[in-house]
Design a protein around this ligand. Structure first.
Ligand code: ADP
Ligand code: MG
Length: 243
């Protein structure tokens, strides 16, 4: 469904160059819950940003359902970001001055004209409330982010990511700032969303415990993705799985 082909990405600042992705290839299957692990600085966030069209590769191509998405004109790309992908970040990125309901509704505010929003706002509101209920926060819709725990903020961020009915969820260390219990809850919710609604999920993490809940684990090393689950050719050196 989502395919990265020969991706290269180098960050340049003044005279310093950091090559992060070096001819990287990855295929994500429809309905899969994939986790990507790797050391800090190995380029996991960079890869996720490229897959979600938040940034563009220097070279290489990204396909969604066989259609190239890394070089789309701004309008189409914005549509894709609003409708096709849902994003979940380590630090939630909720807007502090809005309550949880309005935070969840943000993608719908952004994705509609004023008139269109006015006509459909009740539907969206209902959907946002349902999603907040689903993540166990029906009683907190009027609260502001600072009144909630990290786990609750992340559950709100999941509801927001699901609002527009995305086909792919991209989660960057969603449990990275949480204790074991709240982190486990987040992964259970993601697992549930994946199973119940068939949403494809790509989750970056360096928590090797939570990856056991996912369908497949790949590692990022030296700018490429290594999939230990792929059958090895007899001439390849045996490699120990790190996870
Ligand atoms: P990870 O998410 O696996 O920790 P990142 O993708 O965030 O890794 O970063 C990979 C490397 O690229 C790191 O060395 C980081 O310092 C560098 N890097 C990331 N973003 C930038 C940027 N905007 N400018 C310069 N260097 C960057
Ligand atoms: Mg990162």
């Amino acid at each position: 469904m989502l395919k990265a082909e020969n991706l290269q990405k180098t960050y340049r600042r003044h005279a310093v160059q950091v090559q992060v992705l070096n001819d990287l290839n990855l295929e994500v299957r429809t309905g899969e819950f994939l986790s990507i692990v790797g050391a800090s600085g190995s380029g996991k966030s960079t890869l996720l940003h490229l897959l979600g069209t938040l940034d563009a590769p220097d070279r290489g191509r990204i396909f969604l359902d066989g259609k190239r998405i890394d070089d789309l004109p701004a309008r189409e790309r914005d549509w894709l970001r609003n409708r096709t992908f849902g994003y979940i970040f380590q630090f939630y990125h909720l807007l502090p001055e809005l309550n949880m309901l309005d935070n969840v509704l943000m993608p719908a505010y952004i994705g509609h004209s004023l008139l269109n929003w006015w006509q459909t706002r009740r539907q969206w509101r209902r959907r946002a409330e349902e999603l907040l209920k689903k993540v166990g926060l029906a009683h907190r819709i009027k609260h502001r982010p600072r009144e909630l725990s990290g786990g609750e903020m992340q559950r709100t961020a999941i509801a927001r990511a699901l609002l527009m009915n995305p086909r792919v969820l991209l989660a960057d260390e969603p449990t990275g700032n949480l204790d074991v219990e709240s982190g486990g809850e987040i992964v259970r919710i993601l697992r549930d969303v994946n199973r119940a609604e068939g949403v494809t999920i790509v989750m970056v993490t360096h928590n090797t415990e939570i990856v056991s809940a996912t369908d497949r684990v790949v590692r990022m090393v030296n700018g490429v993705v290594i999939d230990d689950t792929q059958p090895k050719q007899p001439w390849q050196q045996p490699r120990l799985a790190a996870v």
